[in-house]
Design a protein around this ligand. Structure first.
Ligand SMILES: Nc1nc2c(ncn2[C@@H]2O[C@H](COP(=O)(O)OP(=O)(O)OP(=O)(O)O)[C@@H](O)[C@H]2O)c(=O)[nH]1
Length: 461
């Protein structure tokens, strides 16, 4: 669902390496010799400080801090302060991974900076208070630790800032706001532009006008729109590449026609046929891309009318925030139709589609209007049961499982079939990264599948 641009760590890698080289081995020894107790003191001071700010509430809570985050922060500090002994490219890659999680949970950059400032402050005090550090090395130790932390944080920020914040949000906004208000209007306009180029072309060729007077498809109104706006709006790289190729073929045909001295009736006819065929293909691709765009903007899956995946991040973040406020968990359920491929194979794709629709309706009708039902993928659905714990959700889902197993789906007149589903459940554990929860429910679903299907399993960790 989420794509991350791979960041280039070359600059940070060489600068961190230079920093390590410039710093005397005694400084590295001082920092790696900090005791576990001293590092734990820094971690505690950091979390105490962060937990005292209400903005951090969504991202941290005391249970998490105790159970997991302190441990991660401990290792982060050890690895950054002891970076002389680390595999530096791997260390930078780890920062990138941390940045991706920060981005997903929407952690504001000012909170990261605030936390870092607190950590540095505590570390400086700790170093200054250590009488064993010679005065001549104290400054260097402070400088090195500060610069190493800054580099690590920069690596986190660089990796998620363009990937998520800028590129994804900006592209999304650009798509939604800047170019057109109504996708349907734009679709008509561009189909007309393509058709009018084709008509002009046919007219010129049929009436024997010189081929040189015909504008190429890439320079036509449609071609210009595609190059400047269309490719950013429609955003389907494979289909766009196919359209580019078809436009190129059309323009090549035209160029050959212009270059040839004699144009026979036969060559004109063959050109007309080729151009008709190429524009027909462009037409179909264009419609498919516009249709996909409409579906995406509606946020609905056209087959089942359930939410598609587009709004999962937004809804999950909002529900996590609500769950933290009311201190009531929610439950995620991943529901997957068993042996669905066999239905397609035995009864055809339409029967598969009907089955998907029936199961989707059964799922949607089963839950409260406050719950969310998504079509997560092909034959997989995701349900978010708000203000619910595992035991309540298990009862609801067990009834759903039995209900679906009892459905008679008429895939053809007089041909009812039955299907079963496997279900994986996970209760919100107050960790702000929603992706972890989806993965937990997915793992539970996998267990349900491997234990024989037509059953539900809850995540136990
Ligand atoms: N008819 C139809 N089939 C789809 C759709 N989306 C995905 N599929 C098909 O769903 C099938 C899923 O098959 P698998 O992932 O092998 O899973 P399965 O057969 O359900 O087996 P298990 O999940 O292991 O029980 C694939 O054959 C897909 O082509 C759709 O929208 N309509």
């Amino acid at each position: 669902m989420e794509q991350v641009e791979h960041s280039d760590n070359t600059l940070l890698l060489s600068e961190w390496q230079d920093l390590l080289n410039q710093t005397s081995p005694q400084v590295h020894d001082i920092l790696t010799a900090l005791s576990d107790e001293e590092i734990r003191h820094l971690v505690t001071a950091f979390y105490d400080y962060m937990l005292s700010h209400s903005e951090s509430e969504l991202f941290l809570n005391t249970d998490q801090v105790n159970s997991r985050l302190s441990h991660s922060m401990f290792h982060w500090l050890r690895s950054v302060l002891g970076s002389a002994g680390e595999d530096l490219p791997q260390l930078l890659e780890n920062q990138r991974a941390i940045g991706i999680v920060h981005a997903r949970i929407g952690l504001p950059l000012d909170l990261v900076a605030r936390g870092a400032r607190k950590l540095k402050n505590e570390l400086y005090r700790l170093l200054q208070a250590k009488e064993t550090i010679p005065a001549s090395l104290l400054n260097d130790a402070i400088c090195f630790s500060s610069l190493a932390m800054d580099t690590a944080i920069e690596a986190m920020t660089v990796s998620w800032s363009p990937g998520y914040q800028n590129s994804m949000r900006a592209q999304e906004q650009y798509r939604l706001l800047s170019i057109y208000d109504d996708v349907n209007v734009e679709r008509e306009r561009q189909i007309n532009a393509l058709t009018s180029w084709e008509n002009q072309f046919i007219y010129n060729i049929a009436t024997g006008l010189p081929a040189a007077d015909i504008i190429t498809l890439s320079a036509s109104e449609f071609g210009m729109w595609l190059a400047h706006k269309g490719r950013y709006l429609l955003g389907n790289p494979e289909m766009l590449a196919s359209i580019d190729e078809l436009i190129k073929q059309a323009d090549d045909r035209l160029a050959r026609m212009r270059a040839s001295e004699k144009q026979t009736e036969e060559s004109r006819l063959s050109l007309l046929q080729a151009i008709r065929q190429l524009t027909g293909q462009i037409h179909r691709l264009l419609l498919a891309m516009f249709d996909a765009q409409v579906e995406l903007e509606n946020g609905k899956d056209p087959l089942t009318q359930l939410f598609n995946r587009r709004f999962i991040p937004t809804i999950m973040r909002r529900e996590i925030s609500l769950a933290l406020n009311v201190r009531k968990p929610f439950v995620l359920a991943m529901i997957d139709i068993d042996y669905f491929k066999k239905i397609n194979d035995s009864f055809g794709h339409n029967a598969g589609d009907m089955t998907l629709k029936s199961v989707a309706t059964a799922i949607f009708d089963h839950f409260r209007s406050s719950d969310y039902v998504f079509r997560y993928g092909g034959e997989e659905f995701m349900v978010l049961l708000v203000e619910s714990d595992l035991s309540q959700a298990s009862i609801m889902l067990e009834t759903l499982r039995a209900k679906i197993a009892g459905l008679a789906i008429e895939v053809a007149p007089g041909k009812p079939i039955s299907v079963t589903v496997s279900i994986g459940l996970a209760e919100f554990d107050y960790h702000p990264d929603y992706k972890r929860l989806i993965e937990k429910a997915d793992r539970a679903l996998y267990v349900a599948k491997s234990h024989g299907r037509n059953r539900l399993e809850a995540s136990r960790n």
